[in-house]
Ligand binder design. Structure first.
Ligand code: PEP
Ligand code: MN
Length: 364
């Protein structure tokens, strides 16, 4: 799939796709304050939720059509582009009526293919950027499916927003990022612009800088940051919105690294280092293959002696000794243990396959 390069459809002056603004549109004066600040900063797209998907009833559910009117008026006075969330075909229709420039699908929408398809149908022939947040649950296929549905409706101005995944495990994040899922999405769709939403990942304003920097270091194309003139009084997501001054500070302190360098010395040095890595990886694969031959020998031996494949004591001993060796070599405990769990799982798989083949043979 070839997606349009966001540089052809956005208006930001920065070398990243920057979107900022309140979680929810609350009043004309709030929007005007944000708008003035964003234009001073050179940020061309303002986010503002109009319909808010809330977990519990009786919370603030957005200002609806009234807010669309405020946004339309704002657009008549300044060149700002407005982004808002749509969750139904009726929302799409209303946003088109009021001239909204960028639409996004929220995490609670992406999760539901029926709903995404209805929105995709409503978007047929609509030439606006459509941003698709990841689903609430950490399922790459569901995220990709939503992107494909929108893309198939004829819209090539599609981008993904990574806003983290909900989990039962205690975490320092409101929604754990699971960066590898977004990275996998990017490797499946290399031309798809990928935006990070540090606000919904972090859940608290103190962490917005850290999460944003990590995303930029990973080569994300942009950021969507929630910002409010008076965050503590915000009607939704008060803990995670940053003040307008803090937004300026965050953007000015972030390191926007180039994805590629044209510097010849840098390129040749990088190539040399990568060559070394290639040699080391060849050796690693060679060693894993030698290990596999031993695993097969042990498998035979266990079979002949009618001994179970999994030996708890031996496994505990492997995990412990390898961790100690790794730590002695400056390798992280979690990293070493993850690798050994994977290696051990594979050994068990190989030996189980050998055993079942033998049983089948006996049956014949
Ligand atoms: C939002 O952007 O304010 C929002 C509700 O986000 P999400 O769909 O990521 O929860
Ligand atoms: Mn929000």
């Amino acid at each position: 799939m070839i997606f349009d390069d966001w540089r052809s459809w956005t208006y930001s002056k920065n070398n990243a796709l920057l979107i900022a603004g309140p979680c929810s549109a609350e009043s004309p004066s709030q929007l005007a304050l944000v708008n003035t600040h964003l234009s001073q900063m050179g940020i061309g797209i303002m986010r503002a939720g109009v319909w808010k998907p809330r977990t519990r009833p009786n919370s603030f559910e957005g200002k609806g059509t009234e807010a669309l009117k405020w946004l339309q008026e704002l657009k008549q006075q300044t060149p700002i582009k407005i982004a808002t969330e749509v969750a139904t075909p009726q929302h799409v229709e209303a946003t088109l009526k009021y001239g909204i420039d960028v639409l996004w699908l929220g995490a609670r929408t992406t999760v539901n293919p029926f709903q995404v398809q209805e929105i995709a149908n409503a978007l047929q022939g609509v030439d606006l950027p459509i941003l698709i947040k990841n689903p609430i649950n950490p399922e790459l296929a569901l995220w990709q499916g939503a992107i494909e549905r929108i893309y198939n409706s004829g819209n090539k101005k599609v981008a993904a927003i990574h806003r983290g995944f909900s989990t039962y495990q205690k975490s320092k994040y409101r929604n754990t990022p699971s960066w590898q899922i977004a990275i996998e999405l990017k490797s499946n769709f290399p031309t798809l612009p990928l935006i990070c939403d540090p606000s919904h990942i972090a859940g608290k304003r103190q962490m917005i800088f850290e999460v944003s920097q990590k995303a930029l270091d990973l080569g994300y194309d942009g950021l969507m940051i929630e910002a409010h003139p008076d965050p503590e009084k915000a009607l939704s997501d008060a803990d995670q919105q940053v003040s307008l001054d803090d937004l300026s500070k965050i953007i000015s302190q972030l390191r926007f690294a180039d994805k590629h360098s044209k510097d010849a010395v840098f390129i040749s040095h990088l190539e040399q280092l990568r060559e070394k890595i290639d040699h080391i990886d060849q050796e690693l694969v060679e060693i894993l293959s030698l290990r596999k031959q031993l695993i097969e020998k042990i498998g035979e031996y266990k079979k002949e002696n009618n001994v179970t494949i999994f030996q708890l004591e031996r496994w505990n001993e492997i995990l412990h000794s390898r961790t100690v060796w790794g730590n002695g070599r400056n390798l992280d405990t979690e990293f070493i243990q993850k690798i050994y769990k994977t290696i051990h799982d594979e050994s068990i798989r190989i030996q189980t396959e050998m055993m079942s083949k033998e049983t089948e043979k006996k049956k014949e």
